[in-house]
Design a protein around this ligand. Sequence first.
Ligand code: MLT
Length: 202
Amino acid sequence: MTEPSFIHRFEPATDPNRPPLLLLHGTGGDENDLLGLGRTISPGSALISPRGKILENGMPRFFRRLAEGVFDEEDVKFRANELADFVAEAREAYGLEAPIAMGFSNGANIAAAMLMLRPESLAGAALLRAMVPLSNAPRADLAGKRVLMISGAMDPIIPVDNAKQLATSLSASGADVQHQMLPTGHNLSQTDLQLLVKWFAE
Ligand code: MLT
């Protein structure tokens, strides 16, 4: 890649049987945040970890929002396509299969938007604390794609019904969705880690 379209980190695979992971950080994170988690949940996977291009008071994100939990949906669409184009570019440059996204919060929301708008860009997704990213998304064909959603029953940012609505709409599009609701808030817990390890091993 001569001039990559996203600042990112890449780690090559050490186990060719493991799928590549696309790591998508939360608001205020960067391309370094999820590398450790990625190595733990799928040891030996290639890791691609871009930095979101939007800055909100200096905090990187993957798309603009109008308020917490209220999204600029035109920007969500534009940014999901831009990130899917980056994935295609990275696959070509590094010789990778379609990756499984692992996103937290804002990173999970852009991954959900990519599944809806550019389903070919991802082989599946682990969505941690995700919510519905687009109110009127086209019905994508997600047959054959595994999706793990882990939500927090006490998440102050994401109403439980909103997370359930996302799980239902991904299932209705044909994805093989496993939705876990933990007795926790927005932050990740030890149980998230255990569920991720188990899902990636299956
Ligand atoms: C978002 O903006 O994507 C959600 O409100 C979650 C967050 O990043 O805080």
